[in-house]
Design a protein around this ligand. Structure first.
Ligand SMILES: Nc1ncnc2c1ncn2[C@@H]1O[C@H](COP(=O)(O)OP(=O)(O)O)[C@@H](O)[C@H]1O
Ligand SMILES: [Mg+2]
Length: 284
């Protein structure tokens, strides 16, 4: 596979993507023709309420959900239906960080083994893997002695740092981050968000950053796409979408995201109620 991007070509190009789930004898259309792009070094946020199809889009990109129609192009190659060896080869360039830092790390392995495995499995020598693992721990601001310890010895935030290190260890070009800070308390969340931003500056990796929380997306992303019932209803620069959105649904999502100042909160609640009355029927 040609893994070079040329000029301004997007790293990821999703075009008119449709994903159906089978539910008994009926099918449910979870994505109804979604299009989006991510440039090298860019962070694109995907927001929307629960069930809007955010994780399904991430899964389709990772080959974990079957695509009914449409096309996913990654670094110039069509990966829409990549399976088996082609999919395994992609893992060097395309990685994932999930929400649950407890379920995603094998509890029987030391952190050193967890981080070295993707490298040794793809042919890296043990010595080179050791060096790379030490470097990754440094990247995610964990102490060097982390390698000899087990996932259960760490807090949620530290485990998420380990999951990020594992995603980074093969130096991917895109990481799909599905609600990566949603399970963390607010202080830890802020620190892990800063880590995502620092890592992007240091490595130039791209992120598809999925979150139901517009406040989180506002802090990390360059551009934001808004999902509603399987469709992408609005895409634009962070500033526009998270402060002055055009779509009624995005406006409501924005007003529903918590703010620290109680007076501003009350004001937002008033405009949210106003919007609801103005819209009358269900959004959008
Ligand atoms: N494996 C599945 N089988 C059937 N329906 C599914 C499956 N996974 C997700 N769905 C449905 O698809 C819709 C989108 O889900 P999802 O992509 O997980 O949304 P989000 O991540 O935005 O919360 C939801 O209605 C959900 O119930
Ligand atoms: Mg989800």
């Amino acid at each position: 596979m040609n893994t070079e991007t040329n000029g301004d070509a997007p790293l990821l190009d999703v075009a008119d993507l449709v994903v159906d789930y089978r539910r008994g004898r009926t099918t449910f259309r979870a994505l109804k023709g979604v299009s989006m792009t991510i440039a090298p070094g860019e962070c694109v946020g995907l927001v929307g309420e629960s069930g809007s199809g955010k994780s399904t889009l991430g899964k389709a990109i990772l080959g974990l959900a079957d695509v009914a129609s449409g096309r996913i192009t990654f670094a110039g190659s069509d990966i829409t239906h990549a399976k088996g060896a082609a999919r395994r080869k992609l893992a060097a360039d395309l990685q994932v960080v999930f929400q649950d830092p407890y379920g995603s790390l094998d509890p029987t392995l030391t952190v050193g083994q967890i981080l070295a495995e993707p490298l040794t499995a793809s042919g890296t020598s043990r010595a080179a893997a050791r060096t790379a693992v030490a470097e990754m721990l440094d990247h995610v601001r964990l102490p060097a002695d982390t390698v000899t310890r087990y996932p259960s010895e760490f807090s949620g935030g530290q485990r998420q740092r380990i999951a990020i290190a594992r995603a980074l260890v093969r130096r991917p070009r895109l990481i799909v981050c599905d609600e990566p800070v949603s399970a963390l308390d607010l202080t830890t969340q802020a620190a892990v968000i800063d880590l995502f931003i620092d890592i992007q500056r240091e490595t130039g990796v791209s992120y598809l950053f999925v979150s139901h929380d517009l406040g989180v997306v506002r802090r990390v992303c360059h551009r934001v796409s808004v999902m509603y019932q399987g469709e992408c209803v609005e895409t634009g620069p962070n500033e526009t979408i998270t402060r002055n959105p055009g779509h009624t649904y995005t406006q409501r999502l924005l007003l529903a995201s918590p703010v620290a100042d109680p007076a501003r909160q009350a004001e937002r609640r008033r405009s949210w109620l106003g919007l609801r009355t103005a819209a009358g029927s269900p959004v959008p």
